[in-house]
Structure formats: C-alpha cells, structure tokens
Design a protein around this ligand. Structure first.
Ligand code: 2HG
Ligand code: ZN
Length: 478
C-alpha cells in the first residue's frame, strides 16, 4: 500500500533522524496495527509510523511534518471509536506509546503529572500508591492513554460526580505544529492569567497540537464504596411492540437515576444496560445471570464517601417503581463482578461484527422516548434491512451508546437517522467519543455558524499549514 503513497523526498530520512531508525516504521507489517481503529470501521495507509521517546523527539517529528507539509495523526492507545486517531490517506502516524512515564504523584498538592502515552490504568496504579484516585475511569483503561483522553475530552463512568477529562485537568505540555513547545503543568486550582492552554487542547482531537504531558487533579480514596446492580421491569411487556417495552423500562430507569442523583450523597455512577445487551454479554463472556433473569434492564449504581452509603442507597432503591431485585457488593472483587455486565458490552458487541458506534446525549426528559423509538427509525432508514441496535450507557448524564450492527462500514443511513433524531430532541451527536471522521457530516448542525468560525480561526492560528490531524473534527468549508 505504501508504494502508492506520495512520500516527499527526504521526509522519511528526517523522521528517522528524529526518532532513530528502529522507531521509524515503514514496513507494512509493522505499520498495520496503527492503521486500523479499534472498531475496524475506520483506517487507511500511513506513510510512516513515528514512535518518539520524548517531547524533544515529538517536536522534531512535527517540525519535519511541517517542513515537508505532511499531515500527521497523533495516536495514543488507539482506542478511539470515531476514526480520529488513525490515518485516512497517507498521513504520518505519531504514536505517543513510548512517552509512558509517570513523572510525579503528589497527594498533598493533589496532582499527578505523567507523559501522554501513560495508560489510564498505569496512572490509576500510581494514584492508588498514594491513596488517591483520578476521578475519571473508562472501560478501555488498560490501553487508553492520558494524552488521547485529553484530546477527546474522554468521559466515562464517573462524569456525574467528577466531570469529564477537561474537569480533571491541572495542565498540559503540548508540541505545536511547528515543533515549538508550550507547557503549563502547575496544577494550581486558582491561576487566572488569560487563556487556558489545557482547556484549549481538551476535545481538540489532535487538530491543535500534540499533548506530551498531562497533569491531573487527584481525589482521596473514599472510606466506603458500594456498587448495586438493580434489576428493573417496565410496565409494558408486549413482544409485538418491543419499542414500547424499551421506552417503558427506560422511563423507570431515568426516574430512579434522577431520584438517586437528588437524594443520595456521593453517587459516582449511574449506568444502564438492557435485556438484549445483558444476554449478549452473558453469552459472549459466559457470565451467570446477575439477578432477575426476566428483567427488562439493569441500573448499575455506585456510591462512595466517608460514611457507608449502603443504607441510604437501599432506602432510595427498594421502594422505587419497577425494581425487582438488587445485587450489592462492597468488596473489590464483588464490585468488579457487577461492573463486568456493563463494562464488557463493548467487547461483546464487537463479536457480532463491525459496529457503528453512535454516542449521543439526550435531555433527561427525552431519553426514554428516544430509546424506545431509535430501533424503528434506524430500521426504516436502512430500508428494513437486518440491523441489530444495542443500547447502553451512562443514563445518569443522559448519555446513551447506540451500537448498530449490520450496515456496511461506509453505509451512513442508520447513523444519519440517529443523529437527526438526537438533534430534533435537543441532544448532542457526541457525548464523549468526539467527532473524528464519523460525525463530520453533522458538526454544522450541532454548532452555530459563529461557533464554527471561532473553531476554524483557532485552528488556523495554531496550525496554519493544516498538518495536524487533517480531515478530523472540522468539516470542509462549503
Ligand atoms: C463505554 O461507555 C465506552 O463503555 C464505549 O464509551 C461505548 O462501546 C461503546 O459504544
Ligand atoms: Zn461511554
């Protein structure tokens, strides 16, 4: 594939000089895993994969890309789900995987500083060693890297308590398109001197600079933490009308989630899975039934704090409408067993084929109706073809993951139908995965013209040559 790509003369030598020949990959076999995304839906050939060891080498690679006008795709753990971290047509891939050192972890300052290629799991281990946590967690923790999580403003299961990645940031170091370095890693909570470098980078999807170091605020490990998997049944049970069943149990789940959010202190997570997703996870991973095998959905609730939240949680859940059974755990192994039913959805879905991953937010008042209606609208958009629609997500913040299995990777009819439904209901086309290339067609509907103008001007100011992750996030000017 590389043979058909235009490689400017001298470019590969410049990259090899920058990172050393062993980390300048041009052999197709060595490049392959960097060229395809996790879903297997997105990807393309890279002219080279550069694996720098530190900020200095990142700067040299970017300076070479600028000089030779070669597009560059920054890549962390390659766990992105929207095609934003893989090449499309002959860019260079800049892998941050060798920048994986934790540089400091200070519970008194409440700050961890690590290189961008550090995995979330490694940062969590470092934090735990000083009895602290990061306040952010995602199922892909073993591969997802801190730099990628900044670039996508990753969300995850604790957003309802601690916010997304941008809320956890104490600073970043960034290499700009021309190879210059900007750094602010102090972690000071109050530091009001103009624009905020870290916040400009959060959610920029590699289009404004390459994050090389990340500072994150720490939180103390709570004394108590309890996880409950709550089985729910809706009021409608008609196999002739499954949509009404999904809407009905979603209403029950939203109402319980809202009530827990308001009445129980220290809620860390409110996650929702439905019966079809649960059956799939159990079958793919050979897991036993968690509780009420006939439930329509399960709400996973986690709470923590300085006092044991169990009683308050039990009181709030037991009398709620639609609750049939509750499985509870307060030890690490028991909690992990309950979490597996929710966290392992992504890998179980991947066993069915190449999924279309549509990660949307709805206002809470529209969540249940949307969840009930989405399958039928997708099926109509695809002309009634055989598509499975699997829903799950972070119901506590209105974020639903809509997975479509069946349509060809480049068939966008189902995706478009979902995004149109979301926009009509006042939601967002990207709750936490970002735009990448998957949602480019809807950015102009999701943002006002003025908003887009600001984004484009920021992009042009920081990347005048347009080399940073070209084709991602910002739609081409009409
Ligand atoms: C999660 O919440 C991730 O587990 C992945 O955001 C979602 O696989 C998905 O659709
Ligand atoms: Zn998610």
């Amino acid at each position: 594939m590389a043979d058909s790509l235009q490689v400017p003369q001298g470019f590969l030598a410049a990259v090899s000089d920058a990172v050393g020949p062993d980390h300048c990959l041009s052999d197709p076999d060595l490049k392959a895993s960097y060229e395809l995304d996790w879903t297997r839906r997105f990807g393309g050939p890279a002219i080279v994969v550069a694996r720098p060891a530190d900020t200095f080498e990142v700067a040299k690679v970017l300076a070479a890309c600028s000089r030779f006008r070669v597009g560059v795709v920054p890549q962390g753990g390659n766990t992105g789900l929207v095609g934003g971290s893989v090449p499309r047509h002959g860019e260079a891939v800049l892998s941050l995987s060798r920048l994986n050192r934790v540089l400091s972890c200070d519970p008194e300052e409440g700050l961890i500083v690590a290189e961008a290629g550090t995995t979330l799991a490694a940062a969590q281990v470092a934090a735990a060693s000083v009895r602290s946590e990061l306040g952010i967690d995602i199922a892909a923790r073993d591969s997802a890297t801190l730099g990628g999580m900044v670039a996508t403003n990753a969300g995850g299961v604790h957003v309802i308590r601690y916010g997304p990645m941008r809320a956890r940031l104490g600073g970043v170091e960034v290499v700009l398109a021309d190879g210059s370095v900007a750094s602010r890693l102090s972690g000071l909570v109050k530091d009001n001197v103009g624009y905020d470098l870290a916040q400009i980078m959060a959610g920029s999807e590699g289009t404004l600079g390459v994050v090389t170091k990340v500072a994150l605020h720490l939180v103390a490990v709570p004394l108590f933490r309890v996880t409950a998997l709550v089985a729910l049944r809706g009021t409608e049970h008609s196999s002739a009308n499954p949509a009404a069943g999904v809407a009905s149990v979603s209403k029950v789940a939203v109402s319980l989630a809202l009530s827990l959010r308001r009445h129980v202190d220290g809620i860390d997570a409110l996650e929702l899975v439905y019966a079809d997703g649960m059956a799939l996870v159990r079958e793919a991973l050979a897991l036993p039934a968690p509780s009420d095998p006939g439930a329509d959905a399960w709400l996973l609730v986690e709470a923590s704090g300085g006092q044991d939240p169990s009683d308050m949680l039990a009181r709030a859940i037991e009398d709620a409408t639609g609750v049939t059974e509750i499985a509870v755990a307060d030890d690490a192994a028991g909690r992990a067993r309950l979490w597996a039913y929710r966290e392992r959805h992504t890998e179980a879905i991947a066993t069915l084929g190449v999924p279309h991953k549509l990660d949307v937010t709805l206002p809470m008042k529209n969540f249940a109706e949307f969840a009930g209606a989405v399958s039928a609208e997708v099926s109509a958009a695809l002309g009634g073809s055989d598509t499975r629609v699997i829903l799950f997500g972070h119901v506590g913040d209105g974020n639903l993951h809509v997975n479509l299995i069946g349509p060809e990777p480049e068939d966008y009819r189902g995706d478009d139908a979902v995004f149109e439904m979301v926009i009509r209901r006042g939601g967002s086309i990207s709750a936490e995965h970002g735009v990448g290339v998957a949602k480019l067609g809807f950015v102009s509907s999701a943002r006002s013209a003025g908003d887009l103008t600001v984004m484009r001007r920021v992009k042009n100011a920081l990347d005048p040559g347009g080399i940073l992750n070209p084709g991602v996030l910002l739609p081409p000017v009409a």
